[in-house]
Design a protein. Structure first.
Length: 161
């Protein structure tokens, strides 16, 4: 999931995977062997962990401010790639055409406190809602992308979408 947000320091994007059932206190195993952050100057673990309807495994990344505010007319590539399953599965998020972060599947391993099993990176086709906003035209397009059918968002942008 990609969720734009604005702070006093500028635009950011929350990059999250949502899982159920939930760990005790929504605490995923964020030990350093279970995730990779591409640039610690731009990204940090999100303090939001979840609520009644989801557990969030999330990082917040600063965006390219020129592209975020559309001051220069530049475009920024956002995308994700995933490998489904358990053992060597992962989800990787891309911001500004660079690795933002990767969650490895052991991050959502079994939790003995809540007595839940490990959750997989989803094996069935996913549907990811994406909102694209072109401010200069004041036009909003909403569409749904299935990674299994269309590949990564990076490929969509490369195709000129």
């Amino acid at each position: 999931m990609f969720e734009a947000q604005v702070k006093e320091t500028g635009g950011e994007v929350s990059l999250s995977g949502q899982f159920a059932p939930y760990n005790h206190d929504y605490l995923w195993d964020n030990s350093t062997e279970n995730y990779v952050i591409g640039d610690l100057e731009l990204s940090e673990l999100n303090s939001y962990k979840g609520a009644a309807y989801q557990q969030a495994v999330s990082v917040v990344t600063k965006t390219n401010q020129d592209c975020y505010q559309l001051e220069t007319g530049c475009k920024s590539v956002y995308g994700f790639q995933y490998k489904p399953g358990f053992d060597d599965a992962y989800i990787t998020w891309i911001v500004d055409n660079k690795l933002a972060w990767t969650m490895k599947s052991p991050a959502v391993k079994a939790d003995p406190i809540t007595e839940i099993s490990a959750r997989p990176v989803p094996q069935e086709p996913l549907v990811s809602p994406i909102s694209v906003v072109e401010v200069t035209l004041l036009f909003i397009t909403r569409f749904v992308v299935s990674p299994c059918e269309l590949g990564t968002i990076r490929e969509l942008w490369a195709s000129g979408l």
